[in-house]
Write a protein that binds this ligand. Structure first.
Ligand SMILES: Cc1cc2nc3c(=O)[nH]c(=O)nc-3n(C[C@H](O)[C@H](O)[C@H](O)COP(=O)(O)OP(=O)(O)OC[C@H]3O[C@@H](n4cnc5c(N)ncnc54)[C@H](O)[C@@H]3O)c2cc1C
Length: 441
């Protein structure tokens, strides 16, 4: 089994060699820090709106090195944050506008990819959520009964399900490298192998020189904590994935997964899975949720016990795959704000802006965030800039060791809640309710 190497997706297409490292100081109109999908979609949208803008991206490794090239490939319509938090600032109507915007963005990303020739194994196949206990079924409130779930995918122990058609399966590295390509083709320079060490109004200081610009946009998501002055802003939450060896036709038949819909469950420590274009199952979940001091992983390497735990989730869903080989394991970080809700912000007075904190639902949200940042930077008042996540403010996480102890305690509680629910509790465990309150979700 290959562990790390950034991700299985990057190993499939080839890990790129960084190009166009910054040499000395530079000036431009907009400098974007972070070459993931948030930074790249922002560059793309800004260039589309005003092709005369001189835009540069500074990226520590290579475009797509972070979560954008490592994720589970769910281009989903899930809200990037808590409906309750958004409702507090924009009411139920604001939450509904946000839901519609995210839903529309799924098609928008598919349309851009088709128009620009980005081959990313995209299939608008929908997602099947399954409940495997009475408590999960209560939370899911789905329209499918056990027999209907079994007709879609034969998940062991599924008692109910919900099918959301507004979700597409994608190959993350193919998508992000395609977006990097079209951004470069438009003349945006992506300075790879160029780590920002400080971000202030008008200037991004990197290891190789300073880029000055009136507009400076921070698009680092799970890596934000690595930047001076931002350590407690968003928690770098870890998520890990394993990819099996390709399944045989008989194995696919046995589990009845004949379509390409994505698959998720409703456990507190939930899992997410896709049937890859080359016939494997890639299944992800939390693993070790958080590393002390907001540290991130090394090139995606993940712990053996996380691999074992994901394998056991897979075989519990599909007992007939008990002997299946695991070809690859990796992990990455996503950004979690203290109120579990994403934000897109820009201050015209300082020229500083940022977007992120999507809490694991960033694939679609990065595109929406990029278009929203575009409108904010250009000073346009639009439907996008009036979405509830715009200029959303949130308090910082607790200092260490509280942060580490708190997050680990929280996930112990979620595991305990899952355990009780699996043992027959017919409603959401009180432990999980308490954990949610403590977490601020
Ligand atoms: C394992 C995993 C599975 C996931 N699955 C899904 C999914 O199926 N669906 C979904 O919607 N979301 C998913 N997510 C979340 C989603 O992938 C992210 O929210 C999204 O990709 C964030 O994009 P980004 O551009 O904001 O951040 P990133 O893609 O992380 O990009 C940040 C970039 O900044 C660079 N960088 C870091 N520090 C510096 C610095 N100092 N200077 C310059 N550059 C720097 C990094 O190298 C990186 O390229 C998943 C995340 C993970 C980790």
């Amino acid at each position: 089994m290959h562990n790390g190497g950034v991700s299985f997706w990057w190993q499939q297409v080839g890990v790129p060699t960084p190009t166009d490292r910054l040499v000395g100081d530079a000036r431009c109109d907009v400098v974007i820090v972070g070459g993931g999908l948030t930074g790249l979609w922002t560059a793309f949208s800004l260039h589309e709106a005003d092709p005369t803008l001189d835009i540069r991206v500074v990226e520590a490794e290579f475009a797509g090195f972070g979560a954008s090239g490592r994720n589970g490939g769910w281009l989903s319509s899930e809200l990037p944050g808590s409906a309750t938090a958004y409702a507090e600032v924009a009411g139920a109507e604001g939450v509904e506008r946000m839901r519609t915007a995210v839903r529309d963005t799924v098609d928008e990303v598919i349309a851009v990819a088709a128009r620009e020739g980005i081959e990313a194994d995209i299939v608008r196949s929908g997602v099947l959520y399954v409940a495997r206990s009475a408590a999960q079924a209560e939370r899911l409130a789905g329209e499918l009964d056990a027999a209907q779930v079994q007709r879609r995918i034969r998940v062991a122990g599924a008692v109910a399900g919900r099918y959301d058609p507004d979700c597409a399966r994608v190959h993350p590295a193919r998508l992000v490298s395609g977006v990097a390509r079209i951004v470069r083709e438009r003349g945006v320079r992506i300075h790879e192998d160029t780590r920002a060490v400080s971000v202030t109004p008008g200037a991004v200081v990197t290891e190789h020189g300073t880029v000055r610009a009136p507009v400076v946009l921070r698009c680092l998501e799970g890596f934000t904590a690595g930047l001076a002055g931002h350590r407690r802003e968003w928690l770098p939450m870890n998520s890990a994935i394993i990819a099996t060896e390709p399944l045989t036709a008989a194995q696919w038949d046995a589990i009845g997964w004949s379509g390409e819909e994505l698959l998720g469950d409703e456990a507190h420590a939930y899992c997410y899975a896709q049937r890859t274009a080359d016939g494997r199952i890639a299944i992800g979940g939390r693993g070790v949720p958080y590393r002390f001091g907001s540290r991130t992983d090394v090139e995606g390497r993940t712990q053996d016990r996380t691999v074992a735990s994901l394998r056991s989730t897979l075989t519990s869903l599909f007992p007939s795959l008990g002997g299946i080989g695991i070809d690859h394991a990796w992990c990455g970080v996503l950004g979690v704000p203290r109120d579990w809700s994403a934000s897109v912000a820009f201050d015209p007075a300082t020229g500083l802006g940022h977007a992120g904190g999507y809490v694991g639902s960033g694939l679609t949200a990065t595109h929406l965030a990029g278009r929203t940042l575009r409108d904010l930077v250009l000073g346009h008042d639009t439907d996008l800039t009036r979405l509830p996540w715009t200029n959303h403010r949130v308090r910082r996480w607790e200092p260490e060791p509280l942060r580490w102890a708190g997050v680990h305690a929280l996930y112990r509680l979620y595991r305990a809640a899952d355990h009780r629910e699996d043992a027959g509790l017919d409603r959401t465990s009180r432990i999980a309710r308490v954990a949610n309150r403590v977490a601020g979700r």
